[in-house]
Design a binder for this molecule. Structure first.
Ligand code: NAD
Ligand code: TYD
Length: 352
């Protein structure tokens, strides 16, 4: 079996769906259930003996060591993090606490468990750390895309905290021999995405008749990857990745923010036309730019493609069409997230 941390969030929950749809190996999901953790993302697996949610913090070494010793997983995949750049600008403390200190405690718990394993089990064990392309900083328009050898130049508190966690993971491999793998992925999108991030926020604001906020001139570029393609890449790295190596993951789908928002509007104009016949594009509103806003991210994914044979299955066009349709098809999920009802569910099931 494997342990996943942060599996109630956007990427972790999509990963667990992808995992359990294709195999029977059980998953324990350790999640603190912050505002970003939504157990409803995995409600389809309630009562499934292959899945168990444990409410807890990666920094709780007693809890994590207890879980490791009880379930004796062959791998742990660390998705747990504070993940939103804007929140990191308003309040960086939680990012330091979870992304840096939390990762440190998690590494120590895993190292304590790993030290007790037989040499065969030690060799087979994997700690896979899920990280971001934002650790590499920002690119000028004609710069080559980020490769694994780019220097770390993080610009936001979020990016700096993820960079620090990557360094800890690297050091635990070099110093203690912990069998680690790290992945650095570009911007994800898809179903179950919390509507504080650009794509789900724009879909839901558009449907609610609210402004679609574009920071600055909207010419910032992100390299978008469909979340299930990310999940499949992580599985390939877990299976065949070289210990101590990092793998960049990206969809080679660079788009400006303005064009992303316009494309979402075009999908909605087709799928859910407004009664007054106006385009959703009329709701686009330019707002004050994000401080320190990185201009361009782009990933060179040739290493994972060549070494592990991974390729994304979705283009931005096909993935975005599925994503917009998913939000239209799941009004109950949207309503629970928008109203905060998913928090009530967490309170009822997990107390404080
Ligand atoms: P998310 O914010 O949707 O989910 C994070 C999850 O971690 C939540 O379920 C939350 O409850 C949980 N969590 C937070 N602090 C915790 C703690 N201390 N202990 C246990 N659980 C905790 O984030 P996401 O978008 O799913 O991102 C997952 C990972 O992927 C993060 O490490 C992020 O840095 C990385 N990443 C994200 C993107 C992206 O586009 N979203 C791209 C590349 C990499
Ligand atoms: P976001 O989804 O927050 O991801 P990240 O900052 O990690 O790349 O934002 C994606 C891009 O969209 C980023 O350049 C900021 C921009 N953006 C807006 O223009 N308006 C918004 O309301 C949001 C949330 C983001």
């Amino acid at each position: 079996m494997i342990i996943v941390t942060g599996g109630a969030g956007f990427i972790g929950s999509n990963f667990i769906h992808e995992w359990l749809e294709h195999q029977d190996e059980p998953v324990i999901n350790l999640d603190k259930l912050t505002y970003a953790g939504n157990p409803e993302n995995l409600s389809v697996f309630q009562g499934d003996s292959r899945y168990k949610l444990v409410h807890g913090d990666i920094a709780d070494t007693a809890l994590v060591s207890g879980l490791l010793n009880e379930y004796r997983p062959r791998a742990l995949i660390n998705f747990a993090a504070e993940s939103h750049v804007d929140r990191s600008i308003h309040g960086p403390g939680d990012f330091i606490t979870t992304n840096i200190v939390g990762t440190f405690h998690l590494l120590e718990s895993v190292r304590g468990f790993w030290d007790t394993l037989s040499s065969d089990n030690q060799a087979a064990f994997r700690f896979l750390h899920v990280s971001t392309d934002e650790v590499y900083g920002t690119l000028a328009p004609n710069d080559p895309a980020f490769s694994e050898t780019n220097p770390y130049l993080p610009n936001s508190p979020y990016a700096a905290s993820k960079a620090a966690s990557d360094h800890l993971v690297r050091a635990w491999h070099h110093t203690y021999g912990l069998p680690v793998l790290t992945t650095n992925c570009s911007n994800n999108y898809g179903p179950l995405h919390f509507p504080e991030k650009l794509i789900p926020l724009v879909i839901l604001n558009a449907l609610a008749g609210k402004p679609l906020p574009i920071y600055g001139d909207g010419q910032q570029v992100r390299d978008w990857l469909f979340v299930r393609d990310h999940a499949r890449a992580i599985m390939r790295v877990l299976q065949d990745g070289q210990l101590g190596e990092t793998y960049n993951i990206g969809g080679n789908q660079e788009k400006t923010n303005l064009s992303v928002v316009q494309t979402i509007c075009d999908h909605l104009d087709r799928l859910r036309p407004k009664p007054n016949g106006e385009s959703y594009r009329t709701q686009i509103t330019f707002v004050k730019d994000r401080p320190g806003h990185d201009r361009r991210y782009a990933i060179d994914a040739s290493k994972i493609k060549q070494a592990l044979g991974w390729e994304p299955q979705e283009t931005f066009e096909s993935g975005l069409a599925q994503t917009v349709q998913w939000y239209l098809d799941n009004p109950q999920w949207v309503e629970h997230v928008a109203s905060g009802d998913y928090r009530r569910w967490v309170e009822e099931h997990y107390g404080q």
